[in-house]
Design a protein around this ligand. Structure first.
Ligand code: NAG
Ligand code: CU
Length: 230
């Protein structure tokens, strides 16, 4: 019985964490997990990244993916989550254009190349309870790929930052993944501002080291650059 008890405890703990193994584009998901989304190091443990300055903050990947998803500019995208996204915190999406001569299948996403296309803010209900878009769902929030995004291959990065323990340093948890995508039918926008991963975040950023119980929801400051909406 003792053995069974500890197994149950492990299962319960793992359920509080999640990974995003499938990108869904206009309602159509990857056929299998980790087909165009790079398998993350926490595919089994589900453990989030806690050090915002570590190399894992970029894609947390253990391997490149075998294929590339086609994503029409203007498409609605989200990710399937392996567990319920039960922690409070923002969801953010970034893109990074693959340099010419390289491929989304192998490019490492280094340099000042990442621009943000979406973030989310909390709301408060009549019971003064703070809630976040997508909280408690088994998928990440939808985002529209800006129609002005230039055609080409990109890495797409999704991130959910769990802030339930973020009042302590290095206790925010970053759940993230990168997908290999090819944007088609796009425009001639100039995305920016650009950021690097690691580099975009510091562990002391007000959106990372934060006590959600002590701030007004509208004053929350998501970490990273401003959103480029095309
Ligand atoms: C999110 O996008 C999907 C299509 O990919 C759609 O079926 C769903 O209704 C959207 N959800 C919301 C809340 O807009
Ligand atoms: Cu968790």
């Amino acid at each position: 019985m003792r053995f069974l008890g500890s197994l149950l405890l492990v299962a319960a703990t793992a359920q509080a964490h999640y990974t995003f193994p499938r990108l869904v584009v206009n309602g159509k998901g990857e056929d299998k997990d980790w087909t165009t989304t790079r398998k993350t190091k926490n595919a089994d443990t589900k453990q989030g990244v806690e050090n915002a300055a570590s190399a894992d903050i970029r894609c947390y990947q253990q391997a490149n993916a075998g294929a590339i998803s086609e994503v029409p500019a203007g498409a609605t995208i989200h990710y399937v989550s392996t567990q319920q996204i039960n922690h409070p915190g923002p969801t953010q999406y970034y893109l990074a254009k693959v340099p010419s001569g390289q491929s989304a299948s192998s490019w490492d996403g280094s340099g000042a190349v990442w621009f943000k296309i979406a973030t989310t803010m909390p709301t408060v209900d009549k019971n003064k309870q703070m809630t976040w878009p997508g909280q408690n769902e088994y998928k990440t929030v939808n985002v529209t790929v800006p129609t002005a995004t230039p055609d080409g291959e990109y890495l797409l990065r999704v991130e959910h930052i769990a802030l339930h323990m973020a009042m302590q340093a290095n206790k925010a948890q970053f759940y993230l993944a990168c997908s290999q995508v090819k944007i088609t039918g796009g425009g001639s926008g100039s995305p920016g501002p650009m950021a690097t991963f690691p580099g975009a975040y510091k562990s002391t950023d007000p959106g990372i080291l934060v006590n959600l119980g002590s701030i007004a929801p509208e004053s929350y400051q998501p970490p990273g650059p401003a959103v480029w909406s095309g």
